[in-house]
Write a protein that binds this ligand. Structure first.
Ligand SMILES: [Zn+2]
Length: 218
């Protein structure tokens, strides 16, 4: 922490002074707790630009009518991001070699992870029923890619998210980081798989649509 005071503080002090009165982040970034995922590196963002939610295996537990039974940490952050901060871009970012996904795949996660991973069982079903998006990856990574899409769809189980997506006010994206190649991929509806994120940009450098909505993804 000493290093921050010695080297970074001076560089960022004016930026933080400008941000002291509030934040206007550009995107909500939901990703895994894994130390190898560095949101500000992948999204090339400065302080104040990314609103981040992290948990084991980048899960978005679907809305259930019995609020007492559900996890509210993700849903409350999503609500705050969209309804208070008025964020319009939402990214769920999975990754290769995910320990949480590996535990899910084993069918018998360690006890402390069991309850957290339970809502992700639907991703395992989707992977087994529909197969991988890209069979060249190992099972663990195939499941991670399918699960990341499932989590994007789970966002739309929340009424306020669905309403904003349908109104064209919010766009949902699935990204996937391949650690061995250090390559960032984005899900492309057109190819029905994750493609290098540069390929989702056209010649003029503007990004092709990688928006996902439940209606189109099903
Ligand atoms: Zn992970």
């Amino acid at each position: 922490m000493k290093r921050y005071e010695a080297t970074k503080r001076r560089r960022y002090s004016s930026r933080f002074a400008a941000l002291a009165s509030g934040q206007e982040p550009l995107a909500l970034f939901i990703t895994c707790s894994d130390s190898r995922i560095v949101p500000s590196l992948l999204a090339l963002s400065d302080p104040g630009q990314l609103f981040v939610v992290r948990n084991v295996a980048n899960l978005v537990p679907p809305h259930v009518p019995d609020a007492e039974a559900s996890d509210v940490s993700v849903s409350s952050a999503v609500w705050y991001a969209l309804e208070v901060l008025k964020i319009r871009e939402v990214i769920v970012c999975g990754h290769s070699g995910c320990g949480g996904v590996q535990a899910l795949l084993s069918g018998n996660p360690p006890a402390p992870l069991k309850r957290w991973l339970a809502p992700a069982a639907s991703a395992v079903d989707a992977w087994r029923e529909r197969g991988p998006l890209d069979p060249s990856y190992a099972d663990n990574d195939q499941l991670s890619q399918v699960s990341t899409l499932t989590q994007v769809r789970n966002l739309e189980t929340y009424d306020h998210v669905r309403a904003r997506v349908e109104a064209g006010e919010v766009r949902l994206h699935a990204w996937w980081f391949d650690i061995p190649s250090a390559r960032l991929l984005a899900y492309s509806k057109e190819s029905n798989r994750y493609v290098p994120i540069l390929e989702t940009e056209d010649e003029r450098g503007s990004r092709r649509d990688t928006t996902i909505s439940t209606a189109e993804a099903e």
